[in-house]
Design a protein around this ligand. Sequence first.
Ligand code: MRU
Length: 345
Amino acid sequence: MIKTVEYLGDKVRMIDQTRLPLEKVFIDCKTIEDVADAIKTMVVRGAPAIGVSAAMGVSLGAESIQTDNFDSFYIQLEDKCSALAKSRPTAVNLAWGIERMKRVARESKSLSIPKLKEKLKQESLDICKEDIESNMAMGSFGQTLIDDGSTILTHCNAGALATAGFGTALGVIRAAVNAGKKIEVLADETRPFLQGARLTVWELMEDNIPVKLITDNMSGFFMKNKQVDAVVVGADRIAGNGDVANKIGTYMVAVLAQKHQIPFYVAAPISTLDLSLNSGEEIPIEERSEDEVISLNNKRITPEGAIAAHPAFDITPNDLVTSIITDKGIAKPPYTTSLKNLSEQ
Ligand code: MRU
């Protein structure tokens, strides 16, 4: 399996997810600014992968600072981090990764600057390793909810490409398959960026997991015809009450799942929880360029002069969410209590 993001010597290498699956091109980020740009342009995407990349970016930023004095080092690091933090607003893992790196810097104040830089690099590698471990843990908790012979519908790409490896929603599916269950996947194409068509279908085909692509407007048809047993999606941020921000279109799938009494599961690591927010209303929704809607493969599909809207995420209210699968266990409603309990474990 291709590595989504990898720290190689003095650079961070990413597979360019804007060009998959037709081209396998790698991008090397040499500076924190390169990493911010890769996040903004979605060379790397998916909440946990953004968190891991951001941590590696902070390490690259630290490496470039020329001083022997901690206070001067930290002021410069904070400055670099604040630009990185603005690259995408919705996934909380970005801020989480940056904050963890800054905390380690503060706690290691007594080290010499070269040793501090080494420590920060190691921390970013630890974050990457922990992400894979947390996906494996989510997989083993989550697969218990999936029956043998199920057809699972997923939206966007919450797979290995959206994380350091294995995936969140696709991790649950992979774990169910590894447990010997026969699983089929229906992948929503996920307009306008086509994460489902391009990335989810590619990943699952690479693993020989049966997958069928559907356009976003087909999910109701398959649910009504009893061809979906469960929905499993990832998340970009989960508020304290269990409201879930995820890729635009997730809310529509959740409403349909409730209408057809199909369980709707969200798989996300504890690092995706934002318990500082009481509800999903407070989650910032990224508005991306209308060009991504107006064009397909860089070719305009609308009349000249057409305008388009492009909110990149939506909020699924907690009452539509059957369970939230985390790396610490499965949270059930009421989420205000269950998420808090799991996060304190
Ligand atoms: O805009 P993207 O591709 O970064 O959005 C990704 C999603 O919405 C994923 O479902 C989410 O980040 C979970 S990834 C494990």
